[in-house]
Every structure is written in C-alpha cells, then in structure tokens.
Design a protein around this ligand. Structure first.
Ligand SMILES: [Zn+2]
Length: 350
C-alpha cells in the first residue's frame, strides 16, 4: 500500500438555515474532535464558515458567542491545527428576528449561482476574516484552501477562476460519486476523475496539467445493506446523531429534511459514502479508507492524500468513539497525519 497521509477536515459551522447554537453545535464538539485527534498527534483542519461567523459578529445579540469561537480558533492554530475557508453565502443579507432566530437568504445557498463580483467579494471577505484572526497568533498564517458550502461549487468555472485569482491553492469541495438533485442545492460529482487528487482550471471534474489542486473528500462504494444499517443505527440513538445539546434544522432551499439521516439520504444513493467520521462507524471508515488507498496504490509517488470529513453539529458521542477507533487503526497502518499546506510543502519539496 502506498504511503498515505490523512487530512482530518471538519466543517466548522452551525446549520445551513442559521439554526443551532454555536456553543453546543460548534465549539464543544470541535473541542472534543481536537482532543481525540491530539491523542494521536493528528492535526485537524477546521473549514470555518467565515461568512456565518462574520454575520453573527455584526449582530450584538450573538457577539459573545463569536468571541468564544474566535478564541477557540486562535488556540487551535497555536496547538498545531489548521484553519481554512468554508463559505455559506446564504448568511449574506441574513438577519436575526425579534425572537433571536436567524433568517437567512436560502436562495443564495449555492456560491456557484452568484455573480462573479459576489463570489470574489465573499471569498475575499471570508479569507480576510480568517487571516486577521489567525495572524494575531501566527503571523505567517495563510488561508489557501477552500470548501464550498453544501459542496455546491458547480458549475465551477467562475468559482475556480476567482479562487485562482485570489491565490488559493486547493479546493476540497468534490466528493467523487456523490450527487444531490434537490432544487437549489444540486451537485453532481459522478463524473469526477478516478484520481487521488488533480489540478483544475475550470470544471472541478476535469483534470488539467496546471491550476488549483482539487483534493477530493475520499469516498467509496460499500454494501448498501451495511450503509442502511449504519443510517438506521444513527436514527435509533437518543441523540439522533447530533452533538450533545445541539439542536437545529436541516432546512435548505429544497425544503426541510428530518435530521442527520435525511440530510445524508438526500446526498447519495445507498452504498456511496464519504469518509465521514461524524456519521459513520469506524468499521465503515476503515473499509472506505482501504478501498480508496487500494484504488490509488501506485498512481502517484508522492504521499497519497486521504481527506476525511466531519461536521461539528453531528459529532455525537458515538462519533467520538468511532473517530478514536479509526485513528487507532490509521496509526497502526503507518498512515501519517497532515494538513493541506503541509501536504503541498512536501509535494513541492520533491
Ligand atoms: Zn458547510
């Protein structure tokens, strides 16, 4: 098996409709993810929904919770974790109503549906928010990687062009084989190349000789019955697959779905799964990793990147155990742990 390097990425955010309280849905689960990872000397990459937190910060009633979020992010960086940019454009133009609930513009769910100017501005503002916070602790910090909110980067030509113009080096929005046909939140990665990573200058599913690095989230096909069992197990637990104390709604532009399972079901057909450590048991994570590494064994002579994903809001008590078991397995297999910038440095040093 080729030398592999695992990137543990986490979408660090509340729910897409603005619901969910930052402390229970972001901060507490992120702390637990980092604690588990630190036990294995593994850095975590937090994909921070900068548009969301910047908007919360502008609202007096939520400014305290954002101060705690910023303190956690700065401390994470100091402990060797990484921060990169994630964006949910629906926050732009959002407002908090009299009941203290966020009302977001769900018609702006997909960054790819915005104008060139809006895409560029969102990326620039998000990156500045993150870099200002990070550089107070680490002056040479650079935000170089991006993941689109809801993975909705397609049609990707304009987003990729804006990312390249702004000197981003990596996109990690693609999850090969996944598709969502829901109106207002569609994505289609069924035609993604069968490669561990590639470069893109426009269409994220077409590899090119140069451009932005596309470092996809690892996916694999598993037995549909097994997939169904894993979903049913999540649904049957008292926390229904959410982080402790975290409550919110998976309402999107395509309507409301019930809970974690509904959200996952919308994303895929049974049997196609992401390397998702918040919703999958460790035996599935191990199976997906083995298949991904076997598929790409020998394809590249640089360390094979293996990008895992988690979400703070559904990092439940069961996910914690599953992540620990998975990292135990990965360590035993000799899989190293890395971040996007460190992986790029190793690549360029060759
Ligand atoms: Zn997100």
């Amino acid at each position: 098996m080729a030398a592999a390097q695992l990137i543990l990425s986490v979408d660090y955010e509340v729910f897409g409709d603005g619901s969910g309280e930052p402390r229970h849905c972001v901060q507490d689960p992120a702390r637990r993810i980092m604690q588990v990872a630190e036990g294995f000397d593994a850095p975590v990459t937090l994909f921070v929904d900068a548009a969301g937190f910047a908007m919360m910060e502008s609202e007096l009633r939520s400014v305290c919770s954002v101060a705690a979020i910023k303190a956690q992010l700065a401390a994470a960086l100091e402990r060797g974790h990484d921060l990169q940019l994630h964006l949910h454009p629906q926050w732009e133009g959002g407002r908090m109503d009299a009941e203290g609930e966020w009302q977001l513009d769900l018609s702006r769910w997909r960054i790819a549906d915005l104008s060139d100017g809006e895409i560029r501005l969102l990326l620039k503002e998000g990156r500045t928010w993150l870099e200002d916070l990070a550089r107070s602790r680490q002056p040479d910090y650079r935000c170089i990687a991006f993941r689109a909110g809801g993975w909705c980067i397609q049609p990707s030509e304009r987003v990729v062009r804006a990312l390249r113009k702004l000197d981003f080096l990596v996109d990690s929005s693609v999850a090969p084989g996944m598709r969502n046909t829901t109106k207002g939140e569609w994505l289609d990665f069924t035609k993604a190349p069968k490669l561990p990573y590639w470069m893109t200058r426009g269409d994220v599913c077409t590899p090119e000789k140069k451009g932005l690095y596309e470092m996809p989230i690892a996916t694999a096909r598993i037995d549909p019955v097994r997939h169904m069992r894993a979903l049913v197990a999540v649904k049957g637990r008292p926390d229904a697959g959410f982080a402790s104390g975290c409550e919110g709604s998976y309402r999107g532009p395509g309507g409301t779905v019930s809970g974690v399972v509904g959200r996952l079901a919308k994303l895929s057909k049974l049997g196609q799964v992401m390397l998702d450590f918040s919703s999958m048991p460790s035996r599935v994570l191990i199976d997906v990793s083995r298949k991904w590494l076997k598929q790409f064994d020998g394809v590249t002579d640089v360390p094979l990147p293996l990008v895992a994903i988690g979400h703070t809001k559904n990092f439940s008590v069961a996910s914690e155990q599953s992540l620990a078991e998975y990292l135990e397995w990965a360590s035993g297999e000799g899989i190293a742990f890395t971040t996007f910038p460190a992986w790029l440095d190793a690549l360029n040093a060759d």
